[in-house]
Design a protein around this ligand. Structure first.
Ligand SMILES: [Zn+2]
Ligand SMILES: [Zn+2]
Length: 182
Protein backbone atom coordinates (compact mmCIF):
# COMPACT_ATOMS: atom_id res chain seq x y z
CA UNK A 1 0.00 0.00 0.00
CA UNK A 2 1.17 3.51 -0.88
CA UNK A 3 0.97 6.71 1.23
CA UNK A 4 -2.23 8.69 0.59
CA UNK A 5 -0.19 11.90 0.10
CA UNK A 6 2.90 10.43 -1.62
CA UNK A 7 2.18 7.88 -4.35
CA UNK A 8 5.86 6.98 -4.61
CA UNK A 9 6.26 6.02 -0.95
CA UNK A 10 5.34 2.84 0.84
CA UNK A 11 2.81 3.22 3.72
CA UNK A 12 4.01 2.26 7.22
CA UNK A 13 1.03 3.36 9.31
CA UNK A 14 -2.60 4.53 9.13
CA UNK A 15 -4.32 7.65 10.45
CA UNK A 16 -5.98 6.77 13.77
CA UNK A 17 -8.94 8.97 12.89
CA UNK A 18 -9.82 8.16 9.28
CA UNK A 19 -7.61 5.18 8.47
CA UNK A 20 -5.69 6.71 5.51
CA UNK A 21 -2.36 5.01 4.70
CA UNK A 22 0.67 7.13 5.65
CA UNK A 23 4.38 6.95 4.83
CA UNK A 24 7.04 7.28 7.52
CA UNK A 25 7.39 11.05 6.99
CA UNK A 26 3.61 11.65 7.14
CA UNK A 27 3.12 9.28 10.10
CA UNK A 28 5.74 11.08 12.20
CA UNK A 29 4.07 14.52 11.92
CA UNK A 30 1.59 14.06 14.77
CA UNK A 31 1.31 12.03 17.94
CA UNK A 32 -1.00 10.09 18.04
CA UNK A 33 -0.61 9.18 14.37
CA UNK A 34 -2.91 11.45 12.29
CA UNK A 35 -3.05 12.62 8.68
CA UNK A 36 -2.77 16.40 8.08
CA UNK A 37 -6.50 16.69 7.26
CA UNK A 38 -7.62 15.01 10.48
CA UNK A 39 -5.07 16.97 12.54
CA UNK A 40 -6.52 20.21 11.15
CA UNK A 41 -10.08 18.98 11.74
CA UNK A 42 -9.34 18.10 15.39
CA UNK A 43 -7.59 21.44 15.94
CA UNK A 44 -10.68 23.27 14.59
CA UNK A 45 -12.96 21.19 16.82
CA UNK A 46 -10.83 21.99 19.88
CA UNK A 47 -10.85 25.71 19.06
CA UNK A 48 -14.63 25.60 18.65
CA UNK A 49 -14.99 23.82 22.01
CA UNK A 50 -12.77 26.39 23.73
CA UNK A 51 -14.81 29.23 22.19
CA UNK A 52 -18.08 27.60 23.32
CA UNK A 53 -16.68 27.10 26.85
CA UNK A 54 -15.64 30.77 27.01
CA UNK A 55 -19.08 31.83 25.77
CA UNK A 56 -20.69 29.58 28.41
CA UNK A 57 -18.51 31.02 31.20
CA UNK A 58 -19.39 34.56 30.16
CA UNK A 59 -23.12 33.80 30.03
CA UNK A 60 -23.03 32.25 33.53
CA UNK A 61 -21.21 35.32 34.86
CA UNK A 62 -23.83 37.61 33.30
CA UNK A 63 -26.65 35.42 34.67
CA UNK A 64 -25.19 35.69 38.18
CA UNK A 65 -25.06 39.49 37.86
CA UNK A 66 -28.65 39.69 36.59
CA UNK A 67 -29.63 37.39 39.48
CA UNK A 68 -28.13 39.82 42.02
CA UNK A 69 -30.06 42.69 40.45
CA UNK A 70 -33.41 40.85 40.42
CA UNK A 71 -32.76 39.71 44.02
CA UNK A 72 -32.49 43.38 45.01
CA UNK A 73 -35.71 44.27 43.15
CA UNK A 74 -37.47 41.30 44.76
CA UNK A 75 -36.36 42.45 48.21
CA UNK A 76 -37.80 45.92 47.39
CA UNK A 77 -41.16 44.26 46.67
CA UNK A 78 -40.97 42.31 49.98
CA UNK A 79 -40.15 45.62 51.69
CA UNK A 80 -43.21 47.31 50.20
CA UNK A 81 -45.42 44.38 51.30
CA UNK A 82 -43.89 44.40 54.82
CA UNK A 83 -44.45 48.16 55.10
CA UNK A 84 -48.08 47.79 54.00
CA UNK A 85 -48.91 44.77 56.19
CA UNK A 86 -47.09 45.93 59.36
CA UNK A 87 -48.26 49.51 58.83
CA UNK A 88 -51.87 48.37 58.56
CA UNK A 89 -51.66 45.90 61.47
CA UNK A 90 -49.84 48.05 64.00
CA UNK A 91 -51.64 51.32 63.37
CA UNK A 92 -55.15 50.15 62.65
CA UNK A 93 -56.58 51.60 65.87
CA UNK A 94 -54.65 54.87 66.03
CA UNK A 95 -55.40 57.84 63.80
CA UNK A 96 -53.18 58.37 60.77
CA UNK A 97 -50.31 60.72 61.51
CA UNK A 98 -47.02 61.70 59.95
CA UNK A 99 -45.10 59.39 62.33
CA UNK A 100 -47.16 56.47 60.99
CA UNK A 101 -45.75 57.14 57.52
CA UNK A 102 -42.27 57.29 58.99
CA UNK A 103 -42.69 53.85 60.59
CA UNK A 104 -44.10 52.43 57.37
CA UNK A 105 -40.95 53.67 55.56
CA UNK A 106 -38.81 52.07 58.25
CA UNK A 107 -40.66 48.74 57.86
CA UNK A 108 -39.76 48.81 54.18
CA UNK A 109 -36.11 48.16 55.10
CA UNK A 110 -36.75 45.08 57.29
CA UNK A 111 -36.39 42.49 54.45
CA UNK A 112 -32.99 43.99 53.59
CA UNK A 113 -31.84 43.42 57.18
CA UNK A 114 -33.29 39.90 57.08
CA UNK A 115 -31.46 39.16 53.86
CA UNK A 116 -28.15 40.42 55.25
CA UNK A 117 -28.50 38.27 58.40
CA UNK A 118 -29.40 35.25 56.26
CA UNK A 119 -26.23 35.88 54.27
CA UNK A 120 -24.08 36.21 57.43
CA UNK A 121 -25.82 33.14 58.88
CA UNK A 122 -24.37 31.03 56.05
CA UNK A 123 -20.94 31.47 57.71
CA UNK A 124 -22.16 30.09 61.06
CA UNK A 125 -22.44 26.38 61.90
CA UNK A 126 -26.08 26.90 63.00
CA UNK A 127 -27.29 23.40 62.14
CA UNK A 128 -25.79 22.07 65.39
CA UNK A 129 -28.54 23.96 67.29
CA UNK A 130 -31.24 22.49 65.12
CA UNK A 131 -34.09 22.17 67.68
CA UNK A 132 -37.51 23.63 66.85
CA UNK A 133 -37.44 26.07 69.78
CA UNK A 134 -34.05 27.33 68.75
CA UNK A 135 -35.33 28.11 65.27
CA UNK A 136 -38.44 29.89 66.60
CA UNK A 137 -36.23 31.97 68.89
CA UNK A 138 -33.77 32.55 66.07
CA UNK A 139 -36.52 33.75 63.69
CA UNK A 140 -37.78 36.21 66.33
CA UNK A 141 -34.27 37.49 67.07
CA UNK A 142 -33.61 37.77 63.36
CA UNK A 143 -36.79 39.80 62.86
CA UNK A 144 -35.86 42.20 65.66
CA UNK A 145 -32.26 42.61 64.48
CA UNK A 146 -33.57 43.11 60.92
CA UNK A 147 -35.57 46.15 62.07
CA UNK A 148 -32.39 47.81 63.36
CA UNK A 149 -29.93 46.91 60.61
CA UNK A 150 -32.44 47.25 57.75
CA UNK A 151 -31.48 50.76 56.65
CA UNK A 152 -27.67 50.21 56.41
CA UNK A 153 -28.34 46.81 54.82
CA UNK A 154 -30.50 48.54 52.21
CA UNK A 155 -27.79 51.04 51.30
CA UNK A 156 -25.22 48.25 51.17
CA UNK A 157 -27.44 46.35 48.72
CA UNK A 158 -28.16 49.52 46.75
CA UNK A 159 -24.46 50.30 46.23
CA UNK A 160 -23.74 46.66 45.38
CA UNK A 161 -26.58 46.59 42.84
CA UNK A 162 -25.32 49.85 41.32
CA UNK A 163 -21.90 48.27 40.64
CA UNK A 164 -23.54 45.04 39.43
CA UNK A 165 -25.58 47.10 36.96
CA UNK A 166 -22.39 48.68 35.60
CA UNK A 167 -20.78 45.23 35.26
CA UNK A 168 -23.87 44.00 33.37
CA UNK A 169 -23.54 46.91 30.94
CA UNK A 170 -19.80 46.31 30.47
CA UNK A 171 -20.31 42.55 29.97
CA UNK A 172 -23.10 42.95 27.41
CA UNK A 173 -21.06 45.62 25.61
CA UNK A 174 -18.08 43.27 25.23
CA UNK A 175 -20.46 40.51 24.01
CA UNK A 176 -21.78 42.85 21.32
CA UNK A 177 -18.25 43.83 20.25
CA UNK A 178 -17.33 40.15 19.91
CA UNK A 179 -20.42 39.49 17.80
CA UNK A 180 -19.59 42.43 15.53
CA UNK A 181 -15.95 41.31 15.29
CA UNK A 182 -16.92 37.93 13.82
ZN1 LIG B 1 -7.01 11.07 8.81
ZN1 LIG C 1 3.36 10.51 2.96
Amino acid sequence: MKCFYHEDREAVATCQHCGKALCRACASLYTPCLCVDCAQLLRDQQAEQARAAEEDRRRKYLDALVDTRSEFLRTCVYGAVTALVLGQTLFQSSAAGPERMLYAVWFFFIPFGWKLITYLQSFLPLTIFGTLWFWIFWALAKGIISIFIGIPAFFYQLVKTFFVQRKIQAASRSCRQDAEGI
